[in-house]
Design a binder for this molecule. Structure first.
Ligand SMILES: C[S@@+](CC[C@H](N)C(=O)[O-])C[C@H]1O[C@@H](n2cnc3c(N)ncnc32)[C@H](O)[C@@H]1O
Length: 392
């Protein structure tokens, strides 16, 4: 729709006013308003960008990630986080005897004096995301570009993990052709980065309990007592989603269970009443008759036929008309997919030879294992959703 602005001066002044208002309004915007505004601003930037600039920017973008990765190793983010006061470029460079010219990807507070201030996010968030994004995501891609060409040409996905295995033979000495999960259990740094990344991946959206109506959809018709299981988090990592639940609903009477691979259980530092149990997604589900079986970012790790197998084990444990399956995943729109969800989709191809699914793909996978979708709930802003499902 035309705005009615035809004069270039008026256009530039409107842009300036808009960016000023964005600064002022930011804290008052809801999460979905904020994400909608970002989309509009990105569309505007794309309309103004010329093709050569856009292509160069994209082709240089790995350098940006590499630079932040180096800054992490130089201790720059940690030093800024520990200092209330802004620091100069020389201070930052001195931490690990770096050349000042090499230093710096933080907010430049005062260009002339090169003063840097801290960013409003935590060090584990930044470092795990960058270790993972750089060491793993970039190396995986450069490690097996032939594999990518094969997929692109055939428009098909290889068997689970093949791309990952061949990409990592050199990088991690992955001579045994381990899967990502096996390799993680042998490399503490990889494991820690991955888990920290998953913990941070709720991003600014918040945890499921912050945007899904847990009380109305799950708690109101929980009839069990203290011996009965209310919630099982299936492959729940270090337990962050259960901890968020426990913090928000401390009075819940039923049991809360974290299921994970045996080798991951020590990683989960839990207090309160959450129980830890080792399990395997591909073996029968031992927790029978729980009210809620919750799975976040699990099925996207697996192909349709593997999902069917995982889901069938859960189906057998559920009670028809009572138990609920709650799946938290991206539900990709058929068109206009947001960038974050698309980046995850590309990563899934590298790491697990899988993808993020659309609504119709989810419906198909769930139906193949005997589930029907009751409702899909969207988180504010992006495509992260909760698929509420029950037995057919
Ligand atoms: C993408 S992570 C998601 C973790 C957590 N739900 C979250 O959102 O942070 C996938 C999880 O599946 C677990 N996993 C992988 N293979 C498994 C298997 N065969 N049996 C049980 N858990 C498995 C991993 O240990 C990992 O924690």
């Amino acid at each position: 729709m035309a705005t009615g602005i035809t004069d270039s001066n008026e256009f530039l002044s409107t842009l300036n006013q808009l960016s000023q208002s964005a600064d002022d309004l930011k804290s008052g915007l809801s999460e979905s308003e904020r994400v909608t505004a970002i989309k509009a601003a990105q569309k505007l930037a794309q309309s103004l960008e010329k093709p050569r600039d856009a292509i160069f920017k994209m082709s240089y973008s790995p350098v940006e990630i590499a630079s932040v990765r180096i800054a992490i190793d130089l201790g720059i983010f940690t030093a800024l986080a520990e200092n209330d006061q802004p620091m100069t470029l020389d201070d930052l460079a001195a931490i690990k005897y770096a050349d000042p010219i090499f230093t710096g990807y933080v907010v430049e507070d005062d260009f002339h004096y090169k003063v840097y201030v801290r960013l409003p996010c935590s060090i584990p968030d930044i470092s795990s995301a960058f270790h993972y994004g750089f060491e793993l995501a970039i190396n995986a891609r450069s490690g097996d570009s032939n594999g990518f060409w094969g997929i692109a040409n055939k428009l098909s996905r290889p068997e689970a993990n093949i791309l990952f295995q061949s990409s990592f033979v050199n990088y991690y000495g992955n001579k045994n052709q381990d899967s990502m999960w096996d390799l993680m259990s042998k490399n503490p740094q990889f494991n820690d980065d991955f888990n920290a990344l998953m913990e941070a991946s709720a991003g600014d959206r918040g945890y499921w309990v912050d945007w899904f109506p847990v009380q109305e959809r799950l708690l109101d018709d929980f009839t069990g007592g203290t011996e009965d299981v209310f919630l099982v988090d299936i492959a729940g990592g270090r337990g962050q989603d259960l901890k968020a639940f426990e913090a928000k609903f401390p009075e819940t009477s039923g049991r809360l269970i974290l299921q994970e691979r045996e080798c991951m259980l020590d990683e989960a530092k839990l207090s309160g009443k959450i129980e830890k149990k080792g399990f395997d997604l591909f073996k029968p589900q031992k927790v029978q008759g729980a009210k809620v079986y919750y799975m976040k970012k699990i099925l996207h790790d697996w192909t349709d036929s593997q999902c069917q197998e995982i889901l069938q084990h859960i189906r057998i444990a559920m009670v028809k008309g009572y138990s609920k399956l709650i799946i938290e995943e991206f539900v990709m729109p058929e068109k206009d997919a947001p960038l974050l969800a698309t980046l995850w989709d590309w990563n899934m191809l590298v790491f697990c030879s899988t993808m993020e699914r659309t609504q119709s793909q989810w419906n198909r996978v769930l139906a193949s294992a005997g589930f029907q979708v009751v409702k899909v709930w969207s988180s504010p802003g992006d495509s992260q959703s909760i698929i509420e499902a029950e037995l057919m």
